[in-house]
Design a protein around this ligand. Structure first.
Ligand code: ADP
Ligand code: DAR
Length: 363
């Protein structure tokens, strides 16, 4: 595609899809100021947002250094998406100390005692590219390295479990029925090759090679391998105690840090992730909660989305991103901000946001 065609296409997207942050902030002068190979790299980063004009972000990093290397481009998207004031420097605090605040959903309403809770973070090893730029061999090599680490974790008294692989003819390969069972229980990620954003970005290339999941014995600590990020590390519990959930994740993460090669972490951007929406804490903390009034029994989420947004919360369906609400208004609620907020602040944002949403629902 010639530069003029590229610029014309992006200008058109900017007009027809103002929510596409890549198109909103793409700067022709900046692009032309880059040497040729960097122009090619930037084109790979924004390809998904060009081919999918309805993208929200419209860009994926391919290498951990991309955020620094293309800061004049990425920082505009990050300030916009994460609501960081234009005059404020981007920086990522880290704080896993939850001891000074108690976030138990039962204190909002005693009926909130068996809520499905989940908190996940993303991690990418420094020694591999991000998932959009990995070769098939690199995906298989990283999975082997992770499976090796899981062999040690499997012996741990609190985190023991097993690794299940999707890689054909691999040692831990599971069959289709087991895979589907894990998806239905919201533990496993879906076939990524069906995601038009991830496939254009190269993130779902070589599916299902190099993909799998580690599951602890009591199934409340899980690690995805080879999804949108090389690792998605999560705790899932049914209950009300957010402190216990977050501590479970943190304790498991600290063990994994000793078993795996160093993760890509930047002083400015925090935990490096494929998608700029996840940069920073890289944490999504979510509750599956019934809000039949605000969601019109799951048939119309517009009012719920508006109210949730005003409380710094996002709404997803019960099958995760791009899915629909469940019957009787079962929805997935999580704080939107991930960059510039610490893990402890995210837990508080979730608790305070849900409290306000719950009061509205009960009005
Ligand atoms: P991610 O949270 O990793 O960005 P998704 O939003 O697609 O990805 O969710 C991945 C899976 O996790 C989906 O099956 C979704 O239903 C499940 N999930 C998310 N939050 C919860 C929760 N609080 N309880 C149970 N399952 C959840
Ligand atoms: N579809 C992409 C992704 C946005 C956020 N979701 C992620 N990273 N799973 C977009 O730019 O809209």
């Amino acid at each position: 595609m010639t530069h003029s065609k590229l610029f014309e296409t992006i200008k058109q997207i900017k007009n027809t899809h103002p929510e596409n942050l890549m198109a909103r902030h793409f700067d022709e002068e900046y692009f032309l100021s880059l040497e040729q190979n960097k122009q090619q790299n930037l084109l790979k980063i924004i390809k998904s947002g060009i081919k999918n004009p309805n993208s929200q972000m419209g860009a994926y990093a391919m290498h951990a250094n991309d955020y620094e290397d293309f800061a004049p481009f990425f920082d505009k998207l990050l300030h916009d998406y994460h609501n960081i004031d234009a005059n404020k420097e981007i920086s990522q605090p880290s704080n896993w100390d939850f001891s000074n605040t108690s976030c138990d959903l039962k204190n909002i309403d005693k009926t909130l005692n068996d809520v499905s809770m989940r908190v996940r973070v993303a991690r990418n090893p420094k020694i591999f590219p991000l998932t959009g730029a990995m070769s098939k061999n690199e995906r298989i090599e990283f999975e082997k390295l992770a499976a090796n680490a899981f062999q040690t974790l499997a012996q741990h008294k609190d985190f023991g479990g097993k690794y299940l692989s999707l890689t054909p003819n691999s040692l831990h390969q599971i069959n289709e029925a087991e895979y589907q069972k894990r998806i239905d229980s919201h533990q496993m990620f879906k076939d990524m090759s069906n995601d038009k954003y991830l496939s254009v970005a190269g993130i779902s290339n070589d599916w299902p090679y190099g993909r799998g999941i580690y599951i602890s014995r009591n199934e409340d600590f899980l690690v995805w391998v080879g999804e949108e990020d090389n690792l998605r590390i999560m705790a899932m519990q049914i209950g009300s105690n957010l402190n216990a959930l977050f501590n479970r994740l943190h304790n498991g993460l600290e063990i994994l840090e000793t078993l795996l090669p160093a993760f890509a972490i930047s002083k400015k951007y925090g935990n490096i992730t494929s998608c700029p929406t996840n940069l920073g804490a890289s944490m999504r903390a979510s509750l599956h909660i019934k809000l039949p009034n605000l969601s019109k029994n799951g048939t119309d989420l517009s009012e719920l989305e508006r109210e949730a947004k005003s409380f710094g919360l996002a709404v997803r369906g019960v099958g995760g991103e791009h899915s629909k609400a469940g019957i009787d208004g079962l929805v997935d609620i999580s704080p939107s901000a991930r960059l510039g907020v610490s893990e402890m602040q995210i837990m508080q944002n979730l608790y305070q946001g849900i409290d306000r949403l719950w009061q509205l629902e009960k009005q």
